[in-house]
Design a protein around this ligand. Structure first.
Ligand code: ZN
Length: 86
């Protein structure tokens, strides 16, 4: 009888131990990668947005505000229609 009670107590303690190890594995601190500069999270943490030159006039502007065509960036529709300056 006493050995059965002891066995139950040991099993309960083992379950608690296993659970805390499982919890520790799930919540241990990890090295997180730096935020993507293009994401809103990256912008909110002081990351500068990438600047790209207009393929026609060379004006630098934020990539999110530039017009893109054939892997080139332009500052306005007029320059996009005129294409890259040779
Ligand atoms: Zn331009």
């Amino acid at each position: 009888m006493l050995s059965q009670i002891l066995l139950v107590i040991i099993i309960i303690l083992a379950l608690i131990g296993a659970r805390s190890v499982y919890h520790w594995v799930l919540h241990k601190p990890r090295e997180s990668p730096p935020p993507d500069p293009d994401s809103a999270e990256g912008l909110g943490r002081g990351y500068a947005e990438e600047m790209v030159p207009c393929a026609h006039c060379g004006l630098f502007l934020a990539r999110s505000r530039a017009l893109q065509r054939w892997k080139r960036y332009y500052c306005c529709h007029e320059h996009m229609q005129q294409g890259p300056r040779q």
